[in-house]
Design a protein around this ligand. Sequence first.
Ligand SMILES: C[C@@]1(CC(=O)O)c2cc3[nH]c(cc4nc(cc5[nH]c(cc(n2)[C@H]1CCC(=O)O)[C@@](C)(CC(=O)O)[C@@H]5CCC(=O)O)C(CC(=O)O)=C4CCC(=O)O)c(CCC(=O)O)c3CC(=O)O
Ligand SMILES: NC(=O)C1=CN([C@@H]2O[C@H](COP(=O)(O)OP(=O)(O)OC[C@H]3O[C@@H](n4cnc5c(N)ncnc54)[C@H](O)[C@@H]3O)[C@@H](O)[C@H]2O)C=CC1
Length: 222
Amino acid sequence: MFPVMLENLKNTNVTLIGGGSVAYHKVLNLQRFGIRPTVVSPAFHPSLLTLAREGTVRLVPKEAAWEDVENAFLTILVTNNETVNDQLALQLKDAGKLVVHASNPSLGTAQIPAVTTRGKLVISVSTSGASPSLAKKIRSEIAEQYDERYEEYLDFLADVRHYVKQHIPKRENRKTWLAEAIEPIYLHDKEERQKFMNELYYAFPKEHELQDEAVLKVQCGF
Ligand SMILES: C[C@@]1(CC(=O)O)c2cc3[nH]c(cc4nc(cc5[nH]c(cc(n2)[C@H]1CCC(=O)O)[C@@](C)(CC(=O)O)[C@@H]5CCC(=O)O)C(CC(=O)O)=C4CCC(=O)O)c(CCC(=O)O)c3CC(=O)O
Ligand SMILES: NC(=O)C1=CN([C@@H]2O[C@H](COP(=O)(O)OP(=O)(O)OC[C@H]3O[C@@H](n4cnc5c(N)ncnc54)[C@H](O)[C@@H]3O)[C@@H](O)[C@H]2O)C=CC1
């Protein structure tokens, strides 16, 4: 099992095969990440019909066939027909595609973990198919510790890192500032975060970069 984070999936073809209660749950999960999936199924859970009316999911009312999945970046197999799930999983795997087989994970090439997000922080727990219930429990326990405060805190850390990468040329110096930023005081105290930023701006002013750029431009004759 090799974990990986996928991004830029907003306009990517993600297809679910089967439109029951598990499909509905998986669609809600995908939507949390800005994905607008397609569901292929001869019948749909009423909540999926509601989502389709809102325009957040595309429904294709038919029994699934190869052409429904051949162009999908990711396919999630959630029918109650094992023959259909197994057959498509086999074909998709052979074609080198990402496929989740929700009732026999070993036949797929990917699995969906239990996830909670705190802004940029993603808490993701998998038991490799051994116990989805335990994955859910552990995820909730971790999420209690890494609560909503981490959302703003991660934004602060991202800003610090962005600035440090642009304005501190030496790697050792960068490391010192980045290590200081993850001290607990900055999680708890907004004013301390502002103080930290001010100290960073003072130690490595933006003007330097602007001046350097101006010199460079003169030297290059722009
Ligand atoms: C392989 C996988 C499919 C995949 O990769 O998508 C899979 C497979 C199966 N799940 C089954 C059952 C349940 N699944 C849940 C819940 C979740 N299941 C999720 C993932 C996965 N489930 C993947 C492995 C992940 C891993 O191991 O870490 C979560 C984490 C994420 C999500 O679905 O989005 C989500 C919690 C999300 C949340 O709340 O945040 C509950 C509990 C509940 O609903 O409260 C139950 C009932 C209790 C139980 O059985 O444990 C069954 C038996 C069906 C039957 O009895 O027929 C199978 C099939 C089998 O095992 O054969
Ligand atoms: N979190 C997870 O990953 C979980 C996965 N499962 C697995 O998910 C699967 C689906 O469970 P439910 O949604 O509860 O079943 P369900 O019976 O509510 O829905 C099954 C859906 O598959 C559709 N379907 C049947 N034949 C089809 C075909 N040839 N092509 C396209 N669609 C077809 C049906 O019309 C129906 O909409 C089960 O195999 C179960 O083992 C179950 C629980 C949790």
